[in-house]
Design a protein around this ligand. Structure first.
Ligand SMILES: [Fe+2]
Ligand SMILES: [Fe+2]
Length: 272
């Protein structure tokens, strides 16, 4: 069941959809995004990854609905959770059929086996995988959700544009995008209701939190890269001189007349 405003429900009906647009950064990276979505196998794998994120997000939203004391927010969050669960099913079904097409040997559109998903460049509904419902107040949760849904809707709008060569996948994004735009609108509306005077501050905090998490992700990646580089350098730069010295020492000991005791026959009466 998709989260749609019910005309009989005044609270839901006020949250109208608003059009989503890709960010300036994503527009700049458009050629890279086009490359990411060109390959059929990569598309299939990415959609399966998106399905995981949506399903996880749906579970977190259901948990947030249990925690809130506000009956309207609880109802909205439950219906939002159902939407994310539906998105997971749509992405999973399309991802599997793309991978089955690849496996059946029909000509693939790109690089084929072994392609990387490029998730750092083209993520799904990324905000949902950072959601920590237990540590957030209702207002902070809705600021976070609004910010994340807006980013996801903009990204999905771009992906839909780039998928003209795959109408079935494009139709999945068109369907899901309608819900994401609505999520963006209703979370914004509820944030204004919860914090009429401090909405801007709450959004600024949500943005700062996302930036901090992005920085931590980058730092972890960089630390891993530096660790690998340093270990490789140690292996190729520090170990060879020691190996050389050891070999030289072994040769020198041989020249001085040292012989291994195991080579001689040990007399039975000797204690050595
Ligand atoms: Fe979604
Ligand atoms: Fe969403």
């Amino acid at each position: 069941m998709a989260l749609r405003p019910d005309p009989a429900d005044a609270d839901l009906a006020v949250a109208t959809r608003s059009g989503a647009a890709p960010s300036r950064w994503d527009r700049l990276l458009r050629p890279l995004h086009r490359w990411v979505w060109r390959d059929r196998e990569r598309r299939g794998r990415k959609l399966l990854r998106f399905a995981e994120t949506e399903a996880d997000g749906g579970r977190d939203l259901a948990r947030a609905a249990e925690r809130t004391a506000d009956p309207l927010l609880r109802r909205l969050l439950l219906r939002h959770a159902l939407d994310e669960e539906r998105h997971a099913r749509l992405f999973r079904a399309r991802g599997r059929s793309l991978l089955e097409e690849c496996a059946s040997g029909r000509p693939a559109s790109g690089a084929g086996v072994g392609v990387r998903e490029a998730n750092w460049l083209a993520p799904g509904e990324r905000g949902l995988d950072d959601l920590r419902v237990d540590s957030l107040s209702d207002a902070a949760l809705f600021a976070f959700l609004h910010f994340s849904e807006k980013a996801a809707a903009g990204r999905f709008a771009l992906y839909r544009e780039l998928l003209a060569h795959d109408p079935a996948t494009q139709a999945v994004f068109t369907d899901i995008l309608a819900d994401e735009e609505f999520h963006m609108a209703y979370t914004g509306k509820q944030l204004t209701r919860l914090l009429p005077a401090r909405r801007g501050l709450a959004l600024w905090r949500a943005r700062a939190g996302r930036l901090w998490k992005a920085y931590l992700r980058l730092a972890v990646w960089l630390a891993g890269l530096l660790g690998t580089l340093i270990l490789t350098l140690q292996y190729y730069v520090l170990l060879p001189p020691f190996a050389l010295l050891a070999r030289r020492a072994a040769r020198r000991e041989g020249a001085l007349g040292w012989t291994s005791r195991t080579h001689g026959v040990r007399p039975l009466e000797s204690q050595y």
